[in-house]
Design a protein around this ligand. Sequence first.
Ligand SMILES: Nc1ncnc2c1ncn2[C@@H]1O[C@H](COP(=O)(O)OP(=O)(O)O)[C@@H](O)[C@H]1O
Ligand SMILES: [Mg+2]
Length: 223
Amino acid sequence: MVITCWGAKGGAGTTVVAAAMAVHAAATSEHGALLVDLDGDAPVVLGVAPSDGPGVRDWLDAGPGTPPDGLARLEEPLAGGLALLPCGSGAPGPASDGSVETLMQVLGSDRRTVVVDVGCLTGAAGADRALRRRVVQLGDRSVLVTRACYLALRRASDAGIVPDDVVLLAEPGRALRADDVAHALGAPVSCTVPFDPAVARAVDAGLLLARLPASLRRAVGHG
Ligand SMILES: Nc1ncnc2c1ncn2[C@@H]1O[C@H](COP(=O)(O)OP(=O)(O)O)[C@@H](O)[C@H]1O
Ligand SMILES: [Mg+2]
């Protein structure tokens, strides 16, 4: 099962939600979980040292002839049944070269729950944008992470991809509610994550992997 998490605006909470889903799946599913980092923030959010070695973007950059089993060698095992496929630094090649399709086939045949942090779909440009969109289109379940922010909802609609479901980061004081968000996006809100300063502190302290805050664990556990 490949779950792709994407945002329409930076700072929505996409990386935190993707990381929390992966940590939770690793703890609860038989075969563990793999977090695939297409955006570069996952190690810092999880509180592990970012590696400067190759990652999934380098694998994609190497083109269609690259052996698929090379991907597994790029993985970093973390705690609690979770592994990280780091971002690396390669520039994406043309979306038409078949590498993304191969990547998604390999991830789709993995027994683990695979969560991809796709990042922001509307901020990237050119080949990078095409890569991120293709990953979302080829995954099994596409999850948009958003705040109840009119600007973010406009951008999400403009992205031209209707997610399978939405994770809503519910901040206090917003006028738009979960059903407004679902209506605007044409997709159900499967999970509402409360805005919780304990989450922001855990991220800043690099503690998300060691101790998933209770509000986040409850939210992704029910999503
Ligand atoms: N549930 C939450 N409660 C409070 N702060 C949060 C929550 N989720 C994310 N944040 C904070 O929001 C900021 C952006 O989160 P991040 O996941 O990096 O967003 P994105 O990946 O969409 O750019 C970070 O400072 C993070 O700590
Ligand atoms: Mg991010």
